[in-house]
Design a protein around this ligand. Structure first.
Ligand code: AMP
Length: 307
């Protein structure tokens, strides 16, 4: 059940049509850890933060079974900062600012105690860092999952192509899939992307659910229709955490089990968007999660009699 999570730990500033946050804790690996730790512990976390990153956040993560031995703290430097503004549909957003700060010169070191981990979740950060982590592992994990975004396609495509060749599952959103493949049809995009390396591809479509592709098979998981979406930031990472948390818990990497994984991921993402930042993820219990997963089952369950 051992899982390594790599990704940014950050400060975010978020604007939605309905409100604005101050600088709050975010980052891909932060959301992944809050989400995945509901299913699998410990989480072996690899990241970097500055001296400005709140100690209470690190303590809270530790309390959730997150092993921070792989998180470097640079006392005199600033943490990664990202700010974004959502459009009225809350499904699309513009990045207003990305300050790499400590992430710009991050040289990850995989602690010895993390060696032998069975699962690797490469959350969003520089592809060169993702490559370095893979290279340091003495045994290849059973499953390597990669998340990335347009920022890296635009600034580090060569490294991204290299890392794509080494992973099993890629997760991107629909616009990133189109950008990566230069195809508008998501089915054509999936075919092109699977030629680049990953055998499985998950395309996230925000409030329109997620698609899982493998060879000629496709599976669709809806998103829960919610009355209010407060802040979609981190929904993709929370989805990733639910997916890999479920896979690490069950230790089953079949396509069938990945289908369950994307339902679990979608259920976790539906909590994330209910409040700003990681607030909602800190509140929920395993019982809340089970009820939410059942709502997903009920949402798509129907009998049909064909005559
Ligand atoms: P998501 O909404 O799931 O796509 O992820 C949002 C999170 O990604 C935020 O908490 C940001 O701190 C983080 N993030 C944004 N841009 C980057 C980037 N270029 N590299 C790493 N993390 C990022």
């Amino acid at each position: 059940m051992s899982l390594i999570v790599v990704g940014s730990m950050a400060f975010d500033a978020i604007e939605t049509p309905f409100g604005k946050s101050d600088k709050i804790v975010g980052g891909a690996a932060t959301y992944i850890a809050w989400s995945a730790s509901n299913f699998s512990q410990p989480i072996n976390q690899i990241s970097v933060v500055g001296g400005d990153f709140p100690n209470e956040e690190l303590k809270a993560l530790k309390g959730r079974g997150v092993n921070l031995d792989g998180v470097q703290i640079k006392p005199d430097k600033k943490s990664f900062f990202w700010s974004g503004r959502y459009h009225l549909d809350m499904n699309t957003r513009d990045t207003l600012e990305t300050q790499l700060n400590v992430l710009g010169e991050f040289d990850p070191v995989v602690p010895d105690s993390f060696q032998g981990s069975e699962f690797l979740m490469l959350g969003n950060l520089a592809p060169s860092v993702q490559l370095s982590v893979i290279a340091q592992l003495k045994n290849r994990p059973k499953l390597i999952v990669l998340d990335t975004m347009n920022f890296w396609m635009e600034s580090a495509m060569e490294d991204l192509e290299k890392v794509l060749k080494q992973v099993d599952v890629l997760m991107v959103n629909d616009s990133e899939a189109r950008q990566l493949s230069a195809q508008f049809s998501l089915v054509k995009a999936a075919k092109e992307i699977m030629k680049m390396g990953p055998k499985y591809l998950i395309i996230k479509k925000g409030e329109h659910g997620a698609l899982l592709f493998h060879e000629n098979q496709v599976f669709f998981a809806p998103a829960l229709p919610l009355e209010e979406v407060f802040d979609p930031t981190g929904a993709g990472d929370t989805f990733a955490g639910g997916f890999i948390g479920h896979i690490a818990h069950t230790r089953d990497i079949s396509f069938e089990n990945m289908k369950t994984g994307i339902i679990v991921g979608s259920a976790m993402a539906s909590f994330c968007v209910e409040k700003f930042g990681t607030t909602r993820l800190r509140e929920i219990s395993r019982a809340d999660i089970d009820i939410r997963i059942q709502q997903f089952v009920d949402l798509v369950n129907f009998d049909i009699a064909l005559v």
